[in-house]
Structure formats: structure tokens, C-alpha cells
Design a protein around this ligand. Structure first.
Ligand SMILES: C[S@@+](CC[C@H](N)C(=O)[O-])C[C@H]1O[C@@H](n2cnc3c(N)ncnc32)[C@H](O)[C@@H]1O
Length: 277
């Protein structure tokens, strides 16, 4: 009988698999939390130990359901409404009004890449409602994408617990943009109409998407190695409008990895644009 624990050999096998599928790096020092996150999957699939689970995953590595279950288990989905505040102030006060004024038809396309359970996409939809005249907000779109089907399924329901809405939403925003439902609060139909969710792996080489005016890709590149980061950044670059903006998380620097991005400061906040030429 194999050990119930995860041996270094199987940890490495798992790490290689995850890196290939998602770009995510499993560092050896995270092995305790990896074990913890894999336990429910092992139990659910009837395996006594984690080595057996990883052996199974490895043997069935071409099966989309196996891949999806692993990504659901191991991705970190931490998020909140108006996370870090400042990017959303800058979008509301400067970037969205400027973009709308520059466009002949001011309907905007915003992308929350790695949207987790949707709080970032909902926040962007709130900004569209606050900034644009109604007819333009209604013709604009927020696309939320993530590699975790579990996160997307929650995002599509748009129902958030009391604790989740208290993280980032003022009572005024809650009243205006959410309705009380069983289990918490649901984003209003006006917000939900603006958002489309779709499954998307940022390190996949190709996916059909349009040109975005604003891309938020925050708190995800940190989990990738440089190769994964470069792949994701290339995907983003090709889907950004020529005068679009990219927001990353603090400490994530696209310009270091891809010189086609130019670091700019807008009201003191760092974001990235396409370099001229
Ligand atoms: C920490 S959350 C960040 C959520 C949100 N962007 C924020 O900053 O609040 C990271 C998200 O990245 C997603 N993710 C990880 N690897 C991914 C990949 N290769 N492609 C797309 N999404 C990925 C995870 O499923 C998770 O929902």
C-alpha cells in the first residue's frame, strides 16, 4: 500500500503537470497547503493517499475533467470588490472618461483576466454604470475569464455573502447595485447584463477575443514562471486596443518581460500601455 502522504517524487510530477496546464509554479515550500487542498479531491475520488491521487491524475492527464478538478483544487481565488481601491479611482476619474471622450462611439470593452469569483468584473461594471451615460454603459461590456470552472460558476450566479459584500462595497453601492437574496446579495440585472464570463487559460496560445480598452490582470502572473508570464502577456498584448490600458497587481512588471509594454503613471498609479512603434 502506498503512503497517504505526498512524496517528493509525486509532488514533482504534480508540479510539472500544473505548470504545463496553467503556468502555475508549485514551490516546495507550499507542499503543506498543496496536501491540504488535495485531500478533498482524494477523498471524493476514493483514493487512500495523495500519491495514488497524483498517479491517477498523471495517467489521465489528457482528460479535461481531471485537469479541471485539479485546477479548481489548486488555484488561489482570493479576491474582493474594489480590491486595492486606487486602480478603480483612477479608472473612474481619469481613464474611463478619457477613453469614452476619445471614442466616436463611447461603448467600452473591459477585460477582467483571471476574474476568480467575479468581484473584479462586477466592480468594473459598477464603474461603467457610474461613469458612462446610460445608453453607452448599456452598450459596453465586461468580459470575465478564468481557468477555474468552479470560480466561474460562482461568478455567473453573482451571489455574494454578507462577508464578501462587506469587503469593498459601501452601504450606498450595496443598496444601488445589489438585491438581497437567500444566501446574501445578488448583483443587479443592470450589472449582470454588462458582464460575460468565459473559461480561458491565459497561457494557452490562442483564443478568440476582441480588442479591449482596459485589461485587468492582477494577482495571477505572480503564480507563473517567466515563460508562463511571457505567454500570458503576449496574449494580453494582442487583445489590447492600441490606446488601451493594462493593470497588473503590485510587484507584477510586464515591461521587464515584454518591452512592447510601456510603464505609465496616471494620477500616481502605475499601469501599462502599448509602446509606440
Ligand atoms: C488570486 S485570484 C485573483 C483574482 C482577481 N484578479 C483579483 O486580483 O482580485 C487568481 C485567479 O487566477 C486564476 N488563474 C490561475 N491560473 C490561471 C490561468 N493560467 N489562466 C487563467 N486564470 C488563471 C485562478 O483560478 C484565480 O481565480
Amino acid at each position: 500500500m502506498s503512503s497517504p502522504d505526498l512524496s517528493p517524487y509525486y509532488f514533482d510530477l504534480l508540479a510539472q503537470f500544473l505548470r504545463k496546464e496553467s503556468g502555475i509554479i508549485l514551490k516546495p515550500e507550499t507542499s503543506y497547503s498543496v496536501r491540504f487542498k488535495l485531500q478533498p479531491l482524494a477523498r471524493g475520488w476514493g483514493f487512500e493517499g495523495l500519491n495514488d491521487l497524483v498517479e491517477h491524475i498523471h495517467r489521465r492527464r489528457h482528460n479535461p475533467e481531471v485537469v479541471a478538478a485539479l485546477l479548481n483544487a489548486l488555484t488561489i481565488k482570493e479576491t474582493s470588490f474594489f480590491r486595492d481601491t486606487k486602480p478603480f479611482d483612477v479608472l473612474r476619474q481619469r481613464i474611463l472618461p478619457d477613453l469614452a471622450a476619445q471614442r466616436g462611439t463611447p461603448d467600452l470593452k473591459l477585460w477582467s483576466a483571471a476574474c476568480s469569483t467575479g468581484q473584479e468584473a462586477v466592480t468594473l461594471a459598477i464603474l461603467l454604470q457610474q461613469v458612462l451615460p446610460r445608453e453607452h454603459a448599456d452598450r459596453s461590456v465586461v468580459v470575465g475569464t478564468d481557468v477555474s470552472e468552479e470560480a466561474l460558476s460562482r461568478a455567473r450566479k453573482a451571489v455574494y455573502s454578507k462577508l464578501e459584500v462587506e469587503r469593498g462595497l459601501s452601504p450606498e453601492l450595496l443598496r444601488r447595485f445589489f438585491e438581497p437574496v437567500a444566501g446574501g446579495y445578488r448583483a443587479s440585472p443592470a450589472l449582470r447584463r454588462l458582464i460575460r464570463y468565459q473559461s480561458l487559460n491565459l497561457v494557452d496560445t490562442d483564443f478568440p477575443m476582441s480588442q479591449f480598452d482596459v485589461v485587468m490582470c492582477r494577482n495571477v502572473l505572480i503564480y507563473f514562471d517567466d515563460k508562463g508570464k511571457r505567454g500570458a502577456l503576449d496574449n494580453i498584448y494582442r487583445r489590447m486596443a492600441s490606446d488601451g490600458y493594462l493593470f497588473t497587481g503590485a510587484g507584477e512588471d510586464p515591461q521587464r518581460l515584454d518591452s512592447r509594454f510601456l510603464r505609465v503613471l496616471v494620477d500616481g498609479l502605475q499601469c501599462f500601455r502599448k509602446a509606440p512603434g
